[in-house]
Design a protein around this ligand. Structure first.
Ligand SMILES: [Zn+2]
Length: 547
């Protein structure tokens, strides 16, 4: 399950991208034709060559099994395995550093049943004991019974996430004490996850605290006393662990006994933590998505055993600061499948904005409108059959011309464009006309309100088949050879089928076999590889079923 994938030379002018047997050659910056980004690109450190591999399973539980197999190959096995829920983070993230410091294994389980792959891995490891983390609400008695058939089980839990975390720390460190502890917020997962491998390597606990308070809770303070703690590392900024708590610790332990590692966001905090612990990230580094806890937690024990840092990334590109940090690495181990961390992360793909109207990657839906005044620059009419005269941004127009030519040469038939760029005003009139002719419900399912249409970006095209025997307009494109070819091949040209069947609870729209959105070839290829069916999920963004 641990597979070495492609070796890429990122500084080369062209990279070969091989997905689904189709090879594309493209400039690494092909998706970045936005002027503001060009300036950044010129000044940023270009990433060095790196080997990219992955630890992945078919889902989060499978990924935790793969990480366990990598951490404990062959006959090596831990004495103890921590079993944590993969469904919610509070109990789970507390267990990572404890398992690491305990030289134990860690596996994720579903709350109500022990996944088959996880049960098999538990049997393979055959530990002397299993620690179940959290109460019966987090991990059911059914799961506990399945685990107990493999090894004696103890359960560590508390009345809330902080109590569970404190009890976990006590379970391992009560006897030895902990002169140094890491403190992270228990309100969200990224900082605690980042601290996990670093703390485990140091043999120190991560204590999850209610960082929004002005002082530590009495039980957290008591825990530090009981552990004989004399120095503290706070992980995260003052918005997640208050200055009041920091001052309280300084008053208790001395000015020099407290340090804070933080950055502007979860990604930058991970860099700050890793910089202090590892220096420059040469050698191997682990990269997991920062948008969910499960994969980063699954690999925490392995990263600690390997004594290598764990970085967080966006699932589809690498934030600039992280990119700079990763450029020094010789080996990037991505955690999770392509749906969790796209191949673009392995290529150190630069992030374009998903909020800026002019960005190739802009997300436009019922929750994310465009400015009413936005008009894209560089519009031109593609040289393919147009209904009326349709316009697209230049890059999208060129890609559409290439795609239509390829469809014809590959035997799918002829294709035209029936709608491209629409101004805010024209979208308003289309929406109002649809209300009159089709009524409210159908209109809402197929026509965006003004300011919410992808067509206003100049990156969306409604296509129609020409010469198909069974269809002569855009609505039935999906039933034609042209429609089927587009569905399978549009990604090669930088387009994605934006509104797939049965996704309206996420996209807010019904199936539109005709609507293709240009996002650039690298992102479209990663989207195809991810298996995601909506742009929202691919970007790790909330569903937008309604306004
Ligand atoms: Zn459309």
């Amino acid at each position: 399950m641990l597979a070495i994938h492609h070796r890429r030379t990122l500084a080369a002018p062209l990279i070969a991208l091989v997905i689904g047997g189709v090879t594309l050659s493209m400039a690494p910056s092909a998706a970045g034709a936005v002027s503001a980004d060009a300036t950044v690109r010129a000044t940023a450190v270009e990433p060095a060559a790196a080997t990219v591999d992955r630890i992945r399973g078919s889902d989060r539980y499978g990924t935790s099994v793969a990480a366990s197999q990598a951490a404990f190959p062959g006959d090596s096995a831990p004495e103890v395995v921590y079993l944590v829920t993969g469904a919610d983070f509070p109990d789970a993230v507390a267990a990572g550093p404890v398992a690491g410091a305990d030289d134990g294994g860690l596996l994720l389980t579903a709350p109500d049943s022990l996944p088959v792959s996880v049960e098999a891995e538990l049997r393979r490891l055959s530990p002397e004991r299993i620690v179940i983390v959290g109460g019966a609400g987090a991990i059911s008695s059914t799961v506990a019974a399945s685990a107990a058939a493999i090894a004696p089980v103890t359960r560590v839990s508390g009345g809330n996430r902080y109590a569970t975390a404190e009890n976990l720390v006590r379970s391992l460190f009560a006897a030895t004490g902990a002169p140094h502890v890491f403190l992270a917020t228990g309100a969200s997962f990224p900082d605690a996850l980042t601290a996990g491998p670093v703390a485990a390597i140091a043999g120190a606990p991560v204590v999850l605290i209610d960082g929004g308070r002005s002082t530590l809770t009495a039980s957290a303070r008591e825990l530090l006393d009981d552990l004989g703690t004399s120095t503290v590392t706070i992980v995260g900024g003052t918005s997640v662990v208050s200055t009041g708590i920091e001052q309280q610790l300084r008053d208790a332990f001395g000015e020099d006994a407290v340090q804070r590692h933080s950055g502007g966001d979860r990604y930058a905090t991970a860099i700050a933590v890793n910089d202090r612990a590892f220096g420059e990230a040469a050698g191997r580094v682990f990269v997991a998505t920062g948008t969910g806890f499960a994969d980063a937690l699954a690999v925490a024990v392995y990263a600690a055993l390997e004594q290598r840092p764990l970085y967080l990334s966006l699932p589809y590109c690498v934030p600039d600061a992280v990119r700079t940090a990763l450029a020094a690495a010789d080996q990037l181990t991505l955690v999770g499948g392509a749906a969790a961390v796209s191949p673009g992360v392995g290529r150190l793909e630069r992030c374009l904005s998903i909020g800026n109207a002019s960005s190739m990657w802009v997300l436009v839906n019922k929750r994310n409108p465009l400015p009413s005044s936005y008009v894209p620059s560089g519009l031109r009419s593609p040289s393919i059959p147009n209904v009326g005269t349709q316009y697209l941004r230049s890059a999208a127009a060129s890609a559409l011309e290439d795609m239509v030519a390829a469809a014809r040469s590959e035997g799918a038939g002829r294709i035209g464009i029936t709608s491209g760029y629409r101004s805010y005003a024209s979208q308003r009139s289309i929406y109002n006309q649809s209300l009159q002719s089709r009524g409210y419900a159908t209109t809402e399912l197929y026509v965006a309100r003004p300011g919410h249409s992808e067509h206003q970006t100049g990156l969306a095209a409604d296509l129609y088949p020409i010469g198909a025997s069974n269809c002569s307009n855009y609505r039935c494109l999906g039933d034609t050879a042209q429609g089927r070819w587009l569905r399978d091949n549009a990604w090669r040209f930088g387009f994605i089928l934006r509104y797939e069947p049965s996704q309206s609870s996420i996209t807010g729209y019904g199936y539109e076999s005709w609507h293709f959105r240009y996002v650039g070839p690298t992102l479209a290829a990663d989207y195809e590889a991810s298996g995601h069916r909506t742009f929202e999920q691919f970007l790790g963004q909330p569903a937008a079923p309604s306004y």
